[in-house]
Design a protein around this ligand. Structure first.
Ligand code: DON
Length: 302
């Protein structure tokens, strides 16, 4: 495994720093783009790394996976009455389908869907962002994980687009709590800072039929894990989900901080990170690294 990760890193070296760091969240624009890390956590809990795998970064939309895990735990199948399970084929922050489809977002990973899920968590939890922080602390075994308040506040100041989605859903009766309060929790979740090692460990249950080796506890049932992985495979990379399936062939979730988690069911979870993004908002070197990985291990879910 170590040789595999070293080879992948060497292969993608020319791509590191290619693309643009996210600038629509001003606090993220300051990140050095010339960084790259990768960490793999196998189903026994063993971690292998290369590059900047212990450097913390803003997990951004990767938080939508844990947001969904919390909601699945509380709502079970009834969750799918408020959020769909179809790919959107549109950018992560697109609004257009919401009106055509009566305020029901296509899936839990586009921003509108994640906001509907965050609204559901707000109805059940006193402090949803604390619940998520505690969940990722437990799953990763890293009790020191924190959100970066500068990033959360920067997102809150530039919240107009996400607020528009939430208010549109409210107009359709698919958003029950105070918009600003839900956005506050949502941004704190996106602003969590974790390393590749933390994220590979925290998502290991997805490779292990819902069971976390670190806590030795079930996180989701087998069926729920299958559903989450299917959604990650079809919608985890937004309007790049099709070509990601074509080139990589793994369930995955990206974030505009440059991280991508991916799952090789039954074998391992992994996280790759490099901050410069392609035009779909996904890490350029990260996608290339995952492509290299599945080619080298000659395995994909398809
Ligand atoms: O709400 C937002 O726009 C960001 N906090 C998260 C977007 C994101 O990470 C999209 N992923 N590639």
């Amino acid at each position: 495994m170590q040789a595999l990760l070293n080879d992948i890193m060497q292969e993608v070296q020319p791509l590191i720093g290619q693309g643009q760091v996210a600038t629509y969240i001003p606090a993220l624009a300051k990140v050095n783009p010339n960084q790259f890390g990768i960490a793999v956590c196998d189903t026994s809990g063993k971690v292998t790394t290369a590059g900047d795998a212990t450097t913390e970064f803003s997990i951004q939309s990767i938080s939508k996976v844990f947001n969904l895990v919390l909601a699945v735990t509380y709502y079970g199948e009834s969750l799918w009455q408020r959020v769909g399970c179809e790919p959107s084929g549109l950018p992560f922050n697109s609004l257009v389908q919401l009106e055509y489809e009566n305020g029901i977002p296509r899936n839990p990973f586009i921003n509108a869907g994640a906001l509907a899920i965050a609204d559901m968590n707000q109805s059940r939890l006193i402090a949803p962002h604390v619940a998520m922080r505690d969940l990722v602390r437990k799953l990763s075994g890293n009790e020191g994980l924190l959100a970066n308040p500068d990033v959360a506040n920067s997102e809150f100041e530039h919240r107009a687009r996400n607020a528009a989605m939430a208010y549109l859903m409210k107009a359709y009766g698919n958003f029950h709590n105070d918009v600003e309060e839900v956005l506050h929790n949502y941004f704190y979740n996106c602003a969590l800072e974790m390393s590749c090692v933390d994220l590979a460990r925290a998502s290991q249950f997805l490779a292990n039929r819902g069971h976390c080796t670190i806590t030795k506890e079930p996180v989701l049932t087998h069926d729920q894990t299958r559903q989450v992985n299917a959604l990650l495979a079809t919608s985890g990379l937004y309007d790049e989900a099709g070509s990601f399936a074509f080139k990589v062939g793994l369930p995955g979730k990206s974030g505009v901080g440059g991280g991508i988690i991916a799952v090789v069911p039954g074998r391992f979870s992994l996280c790759v990170w490099s901050p410069a993004l392609n035009r779909m908002g996904n890490s350029q070197a990260g996608v290339a690294a995952l492509e290299s990985l599945t080619r080298r291990i000659n395995w994909s879910v398809y």
